[in-house]
Every structure is written in structure tokens, then in C-alpha cells.
Design a protein around this ligand. Structure first.
Ligand code: SF4
Ligand code: FES
Length: 342
């Protein structure tokens, strides 16, 4: 995907990927020296320990097309620039949920986010202005107003205005790469999914989320009582449902456990205090399934202090669900179903 300067006249643009990287420190024989770590393997804090290591921000420059996904960009970096960059993906089509990260501070999926939607005009970390001073991420727009003294200043100001999107971007740039200043590049900031411990670079440790989902038994619990057809015959092979019954949980069954809702949730980010919206959405999916007979147990399971009671109805979880689930609304429905007095 990396292009030659000539290809840039075909609509490609210069993009700076600003990636928050992390390399875990080698595990040493610390356990013998720390009596608490050795004594409490079942402690929730032991399960969610944060890795120690080195964290830094690294910039990669590449030429991309607006329709490329951010995942395409990372694959190009991995292939052509830096094979040590770590990120996770699988299906590449918004189906598996394995590639949730923070893009420009917003939790979302790498494979469905396009350059056109997420690249922003911004000053790269170490770009210099026309006088040679290094910029530190503050847009020149804040210091040079409409009265910018000369055309050169105005040009830099235009290319570093903090507005997102490609409106007004001249993609017919035919300059040689060496003439193309870094201040002109569009920028995308990448960081691991918030609220989760980091394993390496953009890879978040989602074990705890998966454990929480498993804890709520994410499978059909039916009584084995097979339904009958309209003429009274027993249907031996399936539990019958009306379209209306299917509609009650169909959207919820699309949840791919990506963790985007959890990365958006300020309560989940606080640690073990909340079982999290992903587990609750999947719990709600079975509560709303007419074939499932474990509604009472499922409601009991989320009535502990870390269950639905911990939800503060911030509703940030609803904003970026890639499957269009109104997660906050589902949380509220569970609050209403919760046995009274708990
Ligand atoms: S509810 Fe949406 S955002 Fe949350 S885990 Fe499921 S698919 Fe991802
Ligand atoms: S790679 Fe599967 S959802 Fe993005």
C-alpha cells in the first residue's frame, strides 16, 4: 500500500500515524521478594495486574488513500517500516471484535475505521514551523490568527487547523516527497483500548472481560420442553419462536464482544467494580430470548454490587458500538428488571 511520489497525484495523501507503544518489562523473580503477590493468586487485583514496562509514542509516515482503513495502514507499517509494531486483528471486516483500539481518543475498530473518517489536520509531534521551531502538538492556529503576517504562515496554519476530515484538502499534490513538509501531513493517533491492561503496543488484555462474560453463562439455558406446532404436533428439532420474539433479542445477539463499550465506560475503567456493559448486553440477550428459562438466575447473577447496580447511566457505552446496539438503553432496561430492594 505504500506508494511512490508519482502515485500521490492519483489521490493518495501523506499520513502520520502516531502510535502509543508499550513494551512489557521482562518478568523477573519478583514473586519471592513480594510476599503479597505470592499469597493471593485469587485476588482480583492479582488477576488484573498492570504490566510494567516502557511506553512511548512513535510516529510513522506513509502515503495512503482516503478509503484505506487504519488497519490497512498498520499492516503497511508492519510490512514495510517496522515489523516490531504489535496489534491484533482477525477477520478484517467488523465481525470478530479483536481489533478494538483507541483512535484519536475514541474506542473503535481498526478494520472499519477509514483514513477519510479519522485523519485530522494536526501538527505531528516533532514538526517544525517556517522559522525552524519545533511544534509540540499545539495547532499553529492558536498563535497565528487571521492576521498571519505572510502567505507562508497562512499556509502552515491551514494545514495544521484541528478540524477533522478531508474537506478542503488538496489531494492533487504532485510535489516530490522531499519537498512535502511534515506539517502538511494528516495525523491519526492510535493507543490501546482504554480501561484494559496493555499487553504490548496496541494489544489490550481482554481476559478479564471474557471471564466476566463467561461468569454470566452466555449460552441458551432451555428446559428441554419442546414447543408444539399450531396443529398440536411436537416439533422435535427446534424451539419455535415468533418473529416478534426473535426481534426482542436479534440485535443484541450481534454483539461481538469487542470491548468498545467497556473502553468508553468511565466506571469499567475504574477496575473490578463493574462487570461491564459487554457482559451485561450478552446477559440481556438471553433474558430477552423466549426460549431461555433462566431469567431469574440471570437477574440474580447481575444483582451483586459489581453488577447492574454499578452502572452510573453515563451512556458513553452507546456512542460507538460497531453493531449499533444502544448499550446504555439496555443497561437501563436491566436496572428496571432488577429485583426490587437490591
Ligand atoms: S455491545 Fe457493542 S461495543 Fe459492546 S462489546 Fe458488544 S459489539 Fe462491542
Ligand atoms: S478484525 Fe475482526 S472486527 Fe476488526
Amino acid at each position: 500500500m505504500t506508494t511512490t511520489p508519482a502515485q500521490r497525484s492519483n489521490g493518495s495523501i501523506a499520513l502520520t500515524l502516531r502510535v502509543t507503544r508499550f513494551t512489557p518489562r521482562q518478568e523477573r523473580a519478583r514473586k519471592q521478594r513480594n510476599p503479597f503477590a505470592a499469597q493471593s493468586p485469587s485476588s482480583p487485583f492479582a488477576q488484573r495486574k498492570r504490566q510494567r514496562g516502557k511506553q512511548w509514542v512513535q510516529e510513522y509516515q506513509l502515503n495512503v488513500y482516503p478509503q484505506d482503513t487504519i488497519l490497512d495502514c498498520l499492516l503497511a507499517v508492519k510490512r514495510d517500516i517496522d515489523p516490531t509494531l504489535a496489534f491484533r486483528y482477525s477477520c478484517g471486516h467488523g465481525m470478530c471484535g479483536s481489533d478494538a483500539v483507541s483512535i484519536n481518543g475514541t474506542p473503535t475498530l481498526l478494520c472499519t475505521a477509514t483514513v477519510a473518517a479519522w485523519a485530522k489536520k494536526d501538527t505531528p509531534l516533532h514538526a517544525t514551523d517556517s522559522s525552524g521551531f519545533r511544534q509540540t502538538g499545539v495547532s499553529l492556529n492558536t498563535s497565528a490568527g487571521p492576521s498571519a503576517k505572510n502567505d507562508e504562515q497562512r499556509e502552515i496554519q491551514e494545514h495544521t487547523a484541528p478540524s477533522a476530515g478531508f474537506d478542503g484538502l488538496d489531494t492533487s499534490n504532485e510535489q516530490d516527497d522531499t519537498q512535502h513538509t511534515r506539517a502538511e501531513a494528516m495525523t491519526v493517533d492510535l493507543a490501546p483500548l482504554p480501561g484494559f491492561p496493555v499487553q504490548r503496543d496496541l494489544i489490550a488484555d481482554i481476559d478479564q472481560m471474557m471471564e466476566q462474560i463467561k461468569r454470566l453463562k452466555p449460552y441458551l439455558q432451555a428446559s428441554g420442553q419442546l414447543h408444539t406446532t399450531q396443529d398440536g404436533a411436537v416439533n422435535m428439532f427446534e424451539y419455535l419462536q415468533s418473529p416478534e420474539e426473535l426481534q426482542r433479542f436479534e440485535l443484541l445477539s450481534n454483539c461481538i464482544a469487542c470491548g468498545v463499550c467497556e473502553g468508553s465506560c468511565p466506571v469499567y475503567a475504574g477496575g473490578e467494580a463493574f462487570i461491564g456493559p459487554a457482559a451485561l448486553v450478552i446477559n440481556s440477550r438471553f433474558i430477552n430470548d423466549s426460549r431461555d428459562d433462566a431469567t431469574k438466575e440471570r437477574l440474580d447473577d447481575i444483582s451483586d454490587a459489581d453488577g447492574i447496580a454499578a452502572c452510573q447511566s453515563v451512556r458513553a457505552c452507546s456512542r460507538h458500538c460497531p453493531k449499533g446496539i444502544d448499550v446504555g438503553e439496555e443497561m437501563w432496561k436491566l436496572v428496571e428488571l432488577r429485583p426490587s430492594g437490591r
